[in-house]
Design a protein around this ligand. Structure first.
Ligand SMILES: Cc1ncc(COP(=O)(O)O)c(C=O)c1O
Length: 459
């Protein structure tokens, strides 16, 4: 976090999203940070190379470790999240991996909220288990007692997802962060769905924030990416027994003896995650994708305002349909998480949510196949509206009992509401519901389906 002078003007989010991170461009005065597609960076001479490797010359070395395009976007994301530093990685899954493996080692145990992205759950239960790291899921993440009673001597981290996809069963971030800190462990959070425009978890006590940037941050469905942001606030130095790797010498040459906490203090975990975990597992993001991400972030606030407005209108409309037995959108006053939404998401509760058709899987199939504007795709946070049937796709590997427990009923459909004209989204859903009712409504494309241009062209 760069120190802001006390008398400095406080810039708004929309100003920061287009100005923060710009590092100046060497040479031609380009206003947009260019794509530096170069694997390595030239050393002037023998001593220059030595200094770059020793870290006494701060320049770039090799794009797996650092790159000017990526550095600009990392600075931008760290500023937008109120973090101390950011590391771009190749995907949201890579972000979860780097964020947690920088803290956890074989023999450790960590606690997770139950409602999380299925890819993350599989990573925890499958891959981390193979490394000897054990995950345990709490039943009710908003009951501090549930976290407290599961803490063991080897518990090293709490984890949760800000707006869980697809059920939107919001977590009380401040309460979980407080519980984690009472037990001397950091709280890591996946904040993919809100993005820093709707929520800054660090302002609410989170220590490590990660995102799949493939979603709203990039925004246009064109590139996979991820980012890990560190608050630079957790006192790693105070817990030598829990995080011994940060208390070991950075170099094992026997000459330099400084440890990670000696050299980096509150940024020890950030430095370790970047150099040892991301750097050595090789999770780097291509500068090309970093550039696409930068372009996306420049319009983040505009898009998210529109996404959230459209989502509320669609959720309100769905709630009125007799075939719908439930709408999981916390922006609705009827939703059990509405009070948390008002507290944490005053700008809107995102635009990825589920609704359930009382008619079960058959009804879901009919509706799914009937839409013409919504795109059938497993992705979220795209400018285009997307539709998915989680029980037979993302959640198909769970047992039927696990799906029921998670509220993933056979008639559940997930929407990621885009930025199209909301009248067109409602017209599409209205037509699909008429198909569900056994009517035979005309295509939005017109009777022959050959109108010159419709939003459904190319679907
Ligand atoms: C909430 C959340 N976190 C993480 C991920 C993983 O991101 P990626 O697909 O970029 O690896 C996803 C993907 O859908 C997600 O929805």
């Amino acid at each position: 976090m760069t120190e802001t002078p006390r008398d400095a003007h406080e810039f708004g989010f929309s100003t920061e999203q287009v100005h923060a991170g710009y590092l100046g461009e060497a040479g031609h005065g380009a206003r947009i940070t260019p794509i530096y597609l170069s694997a390595g960076f030239v050393f002037d001479d023998f001593e220059h190379a030595r200094a770059r490797f020793a870290g006494t010359d701060p320049g770039y070395v090799y794009s797996r470790i650092n790159n000017p395009t990526n550095a600009a976007v990392e600075k931008l994301l760290a500023d937008l999240e109120h973090g101390a530093g950011a590391t771009l990685v190749g995907s949201g899954q890579a972000a979860a991996t780097v964020a947690l493996l920088s803290v956890l080692k074989a023999g450790d145990h960590f606690l997770s909220a139950p409602s999380i992205y299925e890819g993350t759950r599989a990573l925890f239960r499958g891959n981390f288990a193979r490394f000897g790291i054990e995950v345990e899921f709490v039943d009710d993440p908003n009951d501090p007692a549930d976290w407290h009673r599961r803490v063991r001597d080897n518990t090293r981290l709490f984890f949760g997802e800000a707006i869980p996809n697809p059920k939107n069963d919001l977590i009380d971030i401040e309460a979980i962060a407080t519980s984690a800190h009472e037990h001397g462990v950091p709280f890591a959070i996946d904040s993919t769905v809100p993005t820093p425009y709707l929520l800054r978890p660090i302002d609410h006590g989170a220590d490590i924030v990660f995102h799949s940037t493939s979603k709203f941050l990039a925004g246009h469905g064109n590139s996979i990416g991820g980012v890990v942001i560190d608050a630079g606030r957790f006192d790693w130095a105070a817990h030598p027994d829990s995080y011994p790797h940060l208390h070991q010498p950075i170099f094992d040459d026997g000459v330099e003896t400084a440890t990670w906490v000696d050299k980096f203090g509150l940024k020890a975990n950030f430095a370790f995650a970047r150099a040892v975990v991301a750097g050595r597992f090789g999770t780097s993001l291509s500068p090309f994708n970093a550039f696409l991400l930068q372009q996306g972030i420049e319009t983040l606030s505009l898009r998210l305002d529109r996404h959230a407005r459209n989502a509320l209108a669609v959720a309100t409309w769905l709630e009125r349909q007799p075939e719908v037995s439930g709408v999981d959108y916390p922006g609705l006053p009827s939703n059990p998480f509405h009070a948390l939404a008002q507290r944490y998401y005053p700008r809107g509760a995102g635009s990825v949510f589920a609704f359930t058709l009382a008619g079960g899987q058959e009804a879901a199939k009919t509706l799914y196949d009937a839409v013409e504007v919504f795109t059938r795709m497993t992705h979220i946070g795209d400018v285009r509206s997307l539709i998915l049937h989680p029980p037979t796709t993302t959640h198909s590997r769970l047992s039927a009992a696990e799906r029921e427990q998670a509220g993933i009923h056979p008639g559940l459909i997930r929407l990621s509401v885009g930025i199209e004209d909301v009248e067109d989204l409602l017209a599409d859903l209205d037509r699909a519901f008429r198909v569900l009712r056994g009517e035979n409504p005309p295509s939005l494309r017109g009777a022959g389906g050959d109108a010159e241009f419709t939003p459904a062209d190319g679907l």
